[in-house]
Design a protein around this ligand. Structure first.
Ligand SMILES: *Cc1c(COP(=O)(O)O)cnc(C)c1O
Length: 372
């Protein structure tokens, strides 16, 4: 699959090769869409499409049939707008910041309105333009992060004039525990959201994220918002992953050596070689998004052989114990797998004590990126 990593000159100028499989991304989109039908699947492409490059990912999702794209900030939406056809809708999850209304309206971006203040600012913009402006209305169904609190939603429902000039495309809320299918908070949030959504019967619901897309039809609403699952991440924590892997990361060996027993390995000299050891240093580190918490815990792979990380992760390099490989297997420029068929995103995240989201979104800018 990666024979053409033999683009050596480019590879050797970078800290590693990040391969992003746009066909797998499209397959994941279609799988989610089929599961969610008759609801529609949006694509969440915030944070540069979870670090994978929104300018490549969003058009690939569009080609797979996606027409609804969620980002966190207006700036992200403005960057993507010219890259997508005019029938693509772009939504801003973090809401409408004061002063951003004109730019948002002019670019045809749909804000998620999270408070009465934001609603008032958007209706004022509609009045000033003598037009109707689209929006999503978000309710807090129990996460306490963003959205109208229940009492504000109830008050708003008795005062429809306050929404004059706004076309509510969907009512929306967000699950806090969707990656844990047995967590009782899921059903509690669904019930809370259904009750508030019923106050605005003209708008259809937008509720499920990746995990929520697999919780059953009652969670699907009219428009779901999967992110992580599109990028191959597991929708449910610790359960089998139905998504196709999208990301592969290979990092080159930049030096090999044999060290005698008693050698202190890496920053701090904390790891002391108990015997003679064979080591390889690879050319990516925490500045490339490989967390320092992988020190003495994580691994890379060469073929089917696991190569443990020894000592501390450095900014630009990591030392591996390659004693399990036949001598001479690795040399300057050999590529080892950091994310791939032997080690999933979730494996790396678990070794680092974090989640797949954080590993993905931090994948560094120094990798040579190949989109296929
Ligand atoms: C990030 C985000 C999503 C996507 O979540 P995933 O777990 O990646 O599917 C959906 N909705 C909101 C409000 C978000 O912030």
């Amino acid at each position: 699959m990666f024979a053409d990593i033999a683009e050596r000159p480019v590879v050797d100028a970078a800290s590693g090769v990040l391969t992003i499989d746009l066909a797998a991304l499209a397959a994941n989109y279609r799988l989610l869409q089929a599961r969610l039908a008759p609801a529609r699947a949006a694509g969440v492409v915030k944070a540069d499409a979870y670090g994978l490059g929104a300018s490549r990912v969003a058009p690939a999702l569009y080609a797979a049939g996606c027409r609804d794209f969620f980002v966190a900030h207006l700036g992200e939406a403005l960057t993507l707008r010219p890259l997508l056809a005019s029938d693509a809708r772009l939504y801003v999850l973090n809401g409408l910041q004061p002063g951003a209304e004109t730019a948002c309206a002019e670019a045809g971006i749909v804000p998620v309105l999270n408070s009465l203040e934001q609603i008032d600012n958007w209706t004022a913009q509609a009045r000033a333009r003598r037009s109707t402006l689209p929006a999503l209305l978000q309710f807090d169904s129990g996460m306490c992060r963003l959205g109208l609190e229940p009492q504000d939603a109830e008050a708003l429902a008795t005062e429809p004039a306050r929404l004059k000039g706004i076309e509510i495309l969907h009512v929306m809320s967000h699950l806090a525990c969707a990656d844990e299918p047995d967590n009782a908070q899921n059903a509690e949030q669904l019930a809370a959201f259904d009750r508030l959504a019923a106050l605005f019967p003209a708008a259809t619901p937008c509720f499920a994220n990746s995990g929520g897309s697999f919780l059953g039809a009652s969670y699907a609403g009219a428009l779901a918002r999967p992110g992580l699952a599109l990028y191959g991440g597991a929708p449910f924590d610790g359960l089998p992953n139905p998504m196709a892997p999208v990301v592969r990361l290979d990092v080159p060996v930049i030096q090999t050596r044999i060290v005698p027993a008693g050698s202190r390995i890496g920053y701090g000299g904390r790891f002391v070689a108990p015997t003679e050891m064979r080591l390889a240093t690879i050319g990516a580190g925490y500045a490339d998004g490989l967390p320092r918490h992988l020190s003495d815990r994580g691994a890379a792979w060469f073929g089917d052989t696991r190569l443990p990380i020894i000592g501390r992760v450095s900014m630009d390099s990591i030392i591996l114990d390659i004693g399990a490989l036949p001598a001479g297997s690795l040399h300057l420029g050999s590529l080892v797998e950091v994310i791939g068929p032997h080690q999933t995103l979730e494996d790396v995240a678990e070794a680092a004590g974090t989640i797949a989201y954080e590993i993905l979104t931090r994948l560094g800018a120094r990798y040579h990126r190949i989109y296929r």
